[in-house]
Write a protein that binds this ligand. Structure first.
Ligand SMILES: *[C@@H]1O[C@H](CO)[C@@H](O)[C@H](O)[C@H]1NC(C)=O
Ligand SMILES: *[C@@H]1O[C@H](CO)[C@@H](O)[C@H](O)[C@H]1NC(C)=O
Ligand SMILES: *[C@@H]1O[C@H](CO)[C@@H](O)[C@H](O)[C@H]1NC(C)=O
Ligand SMILES: *[C@@H]1O[C@H](CO)[C@@H](O)[C@H](O)[C@H]1NC(C)=O
Ligand SMILES: *[C@@H]1O[C@H](CO)[C@@H](O)[C@H](O)[C@H]1NC(C)=O
Ligand SMILES: *[C@@H]1O[C@H](CO)[C@@H](O)[C@H](O)[C@H]1NC(C)=O
Length: 327
């Protein structure tokens, strides 16, 4: 065989990742998985992070799109009920959850899966298939942009969601809850048909994933997270914040802030302060950039422990989607 043939034969074998997650809670140690040496690749960011979903483990993939009148949140869960307290009672740790909202009216459903299959044959791409739920995501990073496409085929809901951004962000860890945020702010298109009715909108899109092998409530006492796409004096502002206080009263925080593509805070810790009132959440980055977000529409809730809102900022046009846990 010529050397070229050998090379061609070897190339497709050079990178391959296939992980299946069964639907039953595993009685096993849930250990951190490290994916090859391709640390900054899309496949490594979106690969499963735990060796097993035991009764205290969660590992999930989160996507949202927010616009002035609409919002959509879609989460691919691999999480046991005892690890994450806000799941529907289900015999499966696998489920796709979807919230679709227009002007404060929310449609919500969850779709159990029989098996999750994560597959990648190249470091720049990865797909996740929540089998029998009818939910698939597919991420691809190109030289100058990345795209996630979600495809949905269920009995009464079908269609697709695509989110793209000019660059991929890198891996981040937040204390004992793992967090990666490959796509902090992108442009998104939603085209769905729900019970025969078409729902299409453009918006600001976001994707992250988080995981832990210890129950959420053992790590979190309060949690404020959100992301915004705003305009200030003709410049676009992208913001992601996360502020967590643990039951032992330890604070961890991270903030990403970019103005016109220039990154002013790169998931930095310790420069964020967050405070909330009944109708607003104030987010300050080094007390230099101060945002007051209005809780205009409740788009998901588990009163009094959890709220997710869509809204706007007091002084800058744009959109925000944010949430608060108080456990
Ligand atoms: C879990 O595994 C341990 C060790 O193998 C075993 O002792 C225990 O009985 C198992 N528990 C269940 C609920 O299967
Ligand atoms: C799951 O695995 C992790 C890592 O071994 C362990 O710390 C944790 O206690 C396990 N959870 C349960 C419920 O056994
Ligand atoms: C973790 O997942 C939850 C649920 O999908 C999501 O709302 C939240 O934004 C994620 N947290 C972080 C820090 O990414
Ligand atoms: C659509 O399917 C979901 C999931 O099976 C269900 O919860 C919902 O009630 C169905 N119909 C409508 C109109 O939402
Ligand atoms: C928690 O820590 C903050 C400082 O980070 C402090 O102001 C507060 O008093 C502490 N709360 C408790 C209950 O210890
Ligand atoms: C919050 O908004 C509600 C509804 O608009 C209003 O009734 C209430 O007075 C507001 N609360 C504060 C503290 O401004």
């Amino acid at each position: 065989m010529s050397p070229l043939h050998l090379l061609l034969l070897l190339l497709p074998l050079a990178y391959s990742l296939t992980v299946t997650i069964p639907s039953a809670v595993q009685n096993a140690s849930s250990l951190p998985l490290r994916v090859s040496s391709e640390l900054a690749s899309l496949a490594s960011l979106d690969a499963p992070k735990l060796s097993a979903i035991n009764a205290s483990a969660f590992d999930w993939w989160y996507f949202d799109v927010v616009a002035r009148e609409y919002s959509l949140v879609c989460t691919f869960f691999a999480a046991s009920e005892s690890a994450f307290p806000f799941l529907y009672p289900s015999s499966s740790v696998l489920g796709a959850y979807l919230w679709l909202e227009k002007d404060g009216q929310v449609w919500h459903a969850h779709f159990p899966a029989s098996l999750a299959l994560l597959h990648s044959s190249h470091p720049d791409e990865i797909a996740g298939d929540w089998q029998d739920a009818g939910f698939v995501f597919d991420g691809v990073s190109h030289d100058d942009h990345l795209v996630y496409q979600l495809d949905i085929h269920t009995a009464n809901l079908t269609g697709s969601i695509s989110i793209q951004a000019p660059m991929m962000r890198n891996e981040q860890y937040l204390s004992e809850i793992g967090w990666v945020n490959p796509l902090p702010d992108g442009t998104a298109q939603v085209s769905l048909v729900l019970d025969g009715k078409e729902i299409s909108f453009h918006g600001s899109g976001y994707h992250d994933k988080n995981w832990s092998n210890q129950a959420f409530a053992s790590r979190v006492s309060t949690w404020s997270w959100g992301h915004a796409h705003l305009v200030e004096q003709g410049r676009s502002v992208s913001l992601v914040w996360l502020h967590v206080v643990s039951p032992a009263n330890e604070t961890s925080s991270a903030v990403y802030l970019a103005i016109n593509g220039e990154i002013l805070a790169n998931y930095q810790a310790g420069i964020l302060s967050v405070s909330s009132t009944e109708n607003t959440t104030r987010v300050a980055v080094r007390e230099e950039f101060v945002f007051t977000f209005l809780k205009e529409r409740v788009i998901a809730s588990n009163d009094p422990y959890y709220f997710r809102w869509a809204g706007r900022e007091m002084d800058r046009p744009g959109v925000v989607l944010f949430e608060q846990f108080t456990l």
